[in-house]
Structure formats: C-alpha cells, structure tokens
Design a protein around this ligand. Structure first.
Ligand SMILES: [Zn+2]
Length: 323
C-alpha cells in the first residue's frame, strides 16, 4: 500500500515537473531581469529565451543606433507571463521603475511582449509621444507585429516593430544596414500568411505532444496500479488471473521503524491460494528543500560592465493589443 502511495507521489512529481517545464516564469515589474546589468549596449530582456539570439543581437544593434542617432532609448521586454496583471499597468510600472529614456528629454520607448496572454504593448515616454503618436503605435502593432506573431515569429515581429519605430523617430533616416536585414521580404511574408489565415495548423504539433505525454502518464499509472492488484502467481507464474483478496497490515510504519503485513492472494488460472508478505521502509521527515528561484534561467550575461537606463518617464502613451 505504502509503495503505491510513493509511486503515485512520483507520478505527481513527474507531472509537476512536466507542467513546470511547460509553463514559464510569471513576472512582476520588479522581477523582470534588467538588460542594463549586462552592459550599456543591452536593451533587450529575454529571460525565457522567447527570442532567438540573432534577433536579440539585431534588436540591441537597432536600439543602440537609435539611441546614438536620435537619443530615443528603446527597451524590449519579451516575457512568458505577467500573471493576472494588466499589460498597460505592467508596462507603465516597468517603464517608471527602470526610467527608460533620457532624463529631462523623456524619449523612452518600451515594447512589452507577453507570450502567455498574447499581449503586445508599445509605451512611449512623454518626450516622444508627439512624434510616436498613439495612432502610429497602433498601426505598427496591427500592420507589422501581429501578423509576424501569428506566424509564430516573435523575434521577427519585434524587429519589424523596432524598425518602424526607428523610421518614425529618425524621420526616415534609418540606416541601410538595418533596413537591409528586415527588408520588404519580411513584410510580404507575413502579409501573405495573415491573408491565408492558416494559423490553426501551428497548434497541431504541440497538441499532439501534449496528448502523447498525457496518454503515456495515464498508461504508466494504470500499469502500476494493475501490477499492484495482480501479483505474480508462484505456481503458474502468471499475473493475468491473479488478484489480492485481502490486505492485512500487521505493523504500521512510523519514524522509528518500517511497517509490514501480508496479502492474501488467489490465482484463478490454477486455483492457487497464497500469502505474500510485504514490508515498507520507515517514514522520513521531509526536509523542506528551498527551491531556488528560476529567474536565472537562460539569462546570459556578457563580460561588459553594468549600464543604466537614462532616467526618463512616461505618462502612459502608446498602444496595445492582443495578437
Ligand atoms: Zn496460478
């Protein structure tokens, strides 16, 4: 009996691990890893590795040049989950907490991408909202970013958004090298994809995997329970028609000693009756294992020294949508 409980606990543990690896971290504005810790040239917070390295490199390059050319400080945060928090509230708090944009000029821009809730939000500093208006932010989100997100290319969507922001803030003076990397081919690709609207197929492989995992776990639990109920017959060595008639516990396990007892078993294949003794280990007090925080997951640090945001603020301008 006790062994079965342990087996079930093992199953629950495995399930929890499966769910844990499926679900990512839930962030608060205070717990988002600040990219500036890794150096002044870092503008992208990508703690869940939702964006490919190549996209992060491109975004950092784009944001750095934007910073140098127009004094607009662009920050990108791509997060798995913000829990129940509203995306606007989250973006606003993160913006003010970090102080995105140069102090006094307030030319900061935050692009917040949330995977779980499908939120995308562009938030503008008070000094840039006259140029990067709410309407323009909304256009960027709906024309460029959402089609890419729906095609599963989160990094590509954020790069396109950054490029449009660059274009507007620099009044069309975007460097050729940036334009070349995210050229019209990119836009054309997603324009086509969204008009065909075959994004239902994208969910297929994930659903199949989940179904396979669930089926495997159910099968495993069933087989464990089945083995417990059908002990091997000592005469005909079969399990199929054997069963436990009665379980008798002689000694319950405690912290000082193990437990023991016997099962009365019967095999219908050869009409054999027998008793099978069993023993269980003594109980152990579970030491509360402090789980280390998972926020360090795949957050790469470079060798450069710590940088900082400019100290700008926002009054909540910009736009947001669900993709
Ligand atoms: Zn038998």
């Amino acid at each position: 009996m006790r062994t079965r409980i342990f087996r079930c606990l093992a199953v629950v543990g495995l399930l929890a691990i499966t769910l844990w690896t499926q679900a990512g971290t839930v962030y608060t504005p205070a717990s988002v890893p600040d990219p500036k810790v890794n150096g002044q040239h870092c503008y992208v917070s990508n703690p869940d590795a939702l964006l490919a390295d190549s996209d992060v490199v491109w975004l950092n390059n784009c944001a750095y040049q934007l910073d140098q050319q127009t004094h607009v400080e662009l920050c990108v945060a791509a997060l798995w989950s913000i829990g129940d928090m509203d995306a606007f509230e989250f973006a606003y708090e993160l913006f003010q907490r970090w102080g995105i944009g140069r102090v006094n000029q307030n030319t900061g821009v935050l692009m917040l991408f949330v995977y779980e809730s499908h939120d995308i939000r562009i938030m503008t500093g008070t000094g840039i909202e006259g140029v990067l208006t709410d309407g323009r932010c909304s256009d960027i989100i709906h024309d460029d970013m959402i089609p890419a997100f729906r095609a599963g290319d989160y990094g590509g969507g954020l790069c396109l958004g950054a490029l449009r922001i660059y274009d507007i803030c620099s009044k069309g003076e975007t460097p050729e090298e940036l334009l070349a990397m995210r050229s019209t081919t990119y836009r054309g690709k997603y324009a086509e994809a969204s008009s065909n609207d075959n994004d239902e197929n994208d969910d297929w492989p994930i659903l199949i995997w989940i179904a396979v995992i669930v089926a495997a776990i159910i099968g495993w639990v069933k087989s464990i329970l089945w083995l417990d109920e059908h002990p091997k017959c000592p005469i005909c060595k079969k399990r199929k028609k054997s069963k436990v008639l009665k379980k008798v516990t002689l000694v319950n396990a405690n912290y000082d000693h193990g437990g023991n007892g016997y099962n009365e078993c019967f095999c219908a294949a050869c009409n054999h009756n027998w008793t099978a003794k069993w023993e269980t280990a003594k109980l152990t007090r579970s030491s509360s294992s402090s789980s280390s925080s998972s926020s360090s997951r795949s957050y790469r640090s470079s060798s450069s020294s710590r940088g900082s945001w400019g100290g700008g603020s926002t009054s909540g301008g910009g736009a947001g949508a669900k993709w």
